[in-house]
Structures are given as C-alpha cells and as structure tokens.
Design a binder for this molecule. Sequence first.
Ligand code: COI
Length: 326
Amino acid sequence: MKILAYSHRKDETEYFKEFSKKYNITVVLTEKQPSMETAELANEFDCISIITTIIDAELVKKFHEIGVRFISTRTVGYDHIDLVESKKLGIHVGNATYSSNSVADYTIMMMLMVTRKMKLIMDRSNSQDYSLIEVQGKELPNLTVGVIGTGRIGKTVIKHLSGFGCGILAHDIYEQEEIKSYCKYVDLEYLFKNSDIITLHMPATCDNYHMINKESLSKMKNGVCIINTARGSLINTDNFIEAIESGKIGGAALDVIEHESGIYYNDLKGQVLNNKDLAILKSFPNVIVTPHTAFYTDQAVSDMVENSIRSCILFKEDKDNPWQIT
Ligand code: COI
C-alpha cells in the first residue's frame, strides 16, 4: 500500500524509512503542505498523512474528489480538520497519539520556569544584570496545581508532578481511577478558587472554546499562574491580557496561542506578522511564549510517524483502529 505524507520535515525522514520498511509499505514524502494547489499530489493515494495545516471544507471536498479516503494527522489534536464536511462526504479522519511524556515534562518545565521567574532571570543576566530584584520565586511543594483535563497528557503531568510534593487538584468529566492516589478530583469552581497554578490539557471543542475568560479568571486566586500546552482557543486572549495587566494573573507560559497557524513552524525572521496578541504576550516579563514545541522530542516524532502509518494500514485493512476519529 501507498501513503502520501505531506509537510514532511527532515527530522522525520529516518522514522519514515524505518517504519515503511517495518510495515512493508511505500510512503511518498513531500515537504509541501496540503492545499488546493498541492492536492493533486494525492492522486492515486487513498491515504494521506498530514500535520497541522488547516483542512477546511473546500480542501476536504477536493481530496474526496481526488479519491482520498483517509486523512491521518500525525498529531493528537484534529481540530484543524473540518470533520463535519468529512463525515458528510464519508472521508475518514484519524489522529496519532505519541509519548505523553513529551508534553507532560515540558508542561512541568514551564511551571517551574514561571514560578522561578526564569524569563526575567535570563533576560536580566543576558544584559549582565545579576541583581536579585523581582526574581524571587516560589517553591512547588508550597503550591497547589489544578490540572484541567486528565486524558493521556494530563494524567502523565499528575503522575510526574506528584514527585514534587505539591497539592494536585484535577478536573475532567471522565475520572481516572489510576491517578486518584496522586490528586483530588474536584469541580471546576473549586479548582479555579484553590489553585496557585492552573494547567490545561483538553482537546479544543465547541464546548470549551474560551473557557479561560473574564468570568473564570475572576474566580481564580490573585496572582494565579496559567500554563497552556493544549490549544490556543481554550483562552480568550483579550481577557487574558487584561488579567496579566491587572496582576490577576501573576505568570503564564503559553506554548499555544489563538491564530498561531501560519506563524508557528515557519522561519519568519524580518517579516511583519499579523498577530498583535503574540507581540503583546511576548512583551510581558512574566509570560513565556513558545512556538507549540511541547510535543517535540525524538520519541514523540517517532511515535507520530509510526502511529500514522499503522493507522492508515488498519484503515486499509478495515480493522479496528484506535486512532480513527470518523
Ligand atoms: C498535537 O499533537 O495535537 C500537538 O499539539 C502537536 C502538533 C501540533 C505537532
């Protein structure tokens, strides 16, 4: 069988070689992103593998016309694909899970960086200001962390975090027995009110769009730290910026922001960007902004490639596919 892998990066090449050999299939690689212009490359492929490029209704339709039957995204999130249109046309969509340690460890690193004021410490020492002014931090064992979303990544954050000795509150509509010895499940109101650090680990859905907004922020502790390694759409950025300016939010680390698509993963040095929020957020000394890199480890990239290939094979063989969404 043959798969066309769009948006191929050099760091994926070895894994594509290894796993196409292991599973005895052909994978054709292109650095091009899927678009109306590049859709024809998928001629004669019924499975394509993509990353985070937006696949809107028009592009879903185009792929369907060309004969594509399965779109596998080498990512956990699949909110970049128009599922309504794909369901309508009967074109199937799958995601790919990968080592949850990648995002979980990065999340904890961000918590530590925010609570220890690392952005300010590094900025200051880069300009030879080695004073202690304004860089006193807090210790995790004295803090309570609220984890919203206890799927694969949230669960791993909780397990790894438990070694730090902090209080851990958790919220999810589905409770996980295996982490109940490390955390206390509570309702959202309680979590907002009692957490010093809040970290988000849910997929983006219509129901949780802008769940961090003026109202939810008003319920939180003054000086709360917020970590987002999930999706930008979970946060109302205008309300968030106001809360940083007022001091309601004491620190934040954002690996994702609204409207990051087209900016992140590109070298845009010297260009004028059209995302004012990014410029404002980056300007705050207590806000760390990173370009959606929490996932980016050797193990995660290997898993993304392997599981996308496995998912296409399962689809073709009409077998149970744990990654198939529609
Ligand atoms: C995901 O897998 O959903 C991610 O957030 C990482 C991806 C954008 C490369």
